[in-house]
Design a protein around this ligand. Structure first.
Ligand code: PSU
Ligand code: MN
Length: 303
């Protein structure tokens, strides 16, 4: 039996050498509430098709690592409350046990690389949590970027994190962090931060060439492209700061730890912003999907 289960759409795309863009599923099951999560997942897939590439949402269903989901599978996943959150550590175990789970950035990168998909669009990657000097909570997403050759398009690390420390760890791990079209690091719900991005590129062709060059150099690991949230939906850093502080204090008071931290904070911030954080989150994922589709097409012309 083959390791991967490709959807009919992905199978066709692969045999016709069409550009593919991977999408994660934790954002669906643990990042957004029903039914907005399903609508977002379907919209983002359509954005990728409209931009000239084929979407491949990745998840583990009944032990099968699925690359591309049918509409029925996507709907089922968006509705279930049982799906596990699968990172690098959990992926093989879930498959071995016949379980169902949503893949994080780390696990989605692993699936994408196995399927030969070079580009992946998400909302925000995981990173170094605030207070990590005590909790040691650093997302496995960062180490994945250091070892799996996929270009990940995000709107920055989620701003609930410690962004300076996240940048430091990425630098230590040798992960290129490329801001798209601006000098500063975007901060997920906010387009700008006070932190300069390590690298800047202004076209998808440049990003594709850098991806290709890493391949030629036999460098393991991927690239992180950080694409600012569209202006119309952004919430500025100064406006977000008190909401983030309140959410973090609530998490601490309620003793939330481990995998539950990120989903808890996103939900809390959704409540505190009266849903505006979700509007921004959806807009930025769509924006990332469009850029990822362009990059995938450019990479396709190089390989
Ligand atoms: N981006 C979003 N919403 C999310 C996530 C990313 O807009 O829910 C998920 C990703 O799957 C990412 C995970 O890998 O949050 C990070 O979780 P942790 O901090 O536990 O590593
Ligand atoms: Mn963590």
């Amino acid at each position: 039996m083959s390791l991967l289960t490709l959807s009919p759409e992905v199978q066709t795309a692969q045999s016709e050498r069409q550009p593919l863009v991977a999408l994660e599923s934790t954002i669906i099951t643990h990042g957004m509430p029903w039914p907005e999560n399903l609508k977002m997942a379907q919209d983002v897939e359509q954005c990728i098709r409209d931009s000239g590439a084929i979407p491949a949402t990745i998840a583990v269903l009944d032990g099968r690592l699925c690359i591309g989901l049918t509409d029925a599978q996507l709907t089922g996943l968006a509705q279930t409350r049982e799906a596990a959150k699968l990172s690098r550590a959990d992926l093989a175990a879930c498959m071995a046990m016949g379980g169902t789970g949503a893949t994080t950035v780390a696990a989605t990168m692993i699936g994408a690389a196995h399927a030969g998909i070079s580009v992946f669009a998400t909302g925000g990657i995981g990173g170094v949590h605030r207070g990590a000097e005590h909790s040691f909570d650093i997302s496995a997403d960062l180490h994945e970027l250091a070892q799996t050759p996929v270009t990940v398009v995000a709107a920055g690390a989620k701003a609930i994190l410690d962004l300076p420390k996240t940048l430091e760890v990425l630098e230590t791990l040798g992960v290129p962090v490329i801001a798209y079209g601006q000098d500063s690091l975007p901060a997920f719900w906010s387009a700008q931060s006070e932190l300069p991005a390590p690298l800047r590129m202004d076209t998808s062709a440049q990003i594709a060439r850098a991806h290709f060059m890493r391949q030629q150099l036999d460098l393991p690991g991927g690239q992180l492209v950080v694409n600012p949230v569209p202006q119309a939906e952004e919430i500025s850093q100064s406006e977000m700061a008190p909401f983030i502080r309140t959410a973090l204090a609530d998490a601490e008071r309620q003793g939330i730890v481990g995998k539950a931290v990120t989903p808890f904070l996103l939900q809390r911030i959704f409540d505190l912003t009266d849903g505006r954080s979700l509007t921004a989150n959806i807009a930025l994922v769509r924006n990332n999907a469009r850029l990822a589709a362009e990059i995938a097409q450019e990479i396709n012309t190089l390989t």
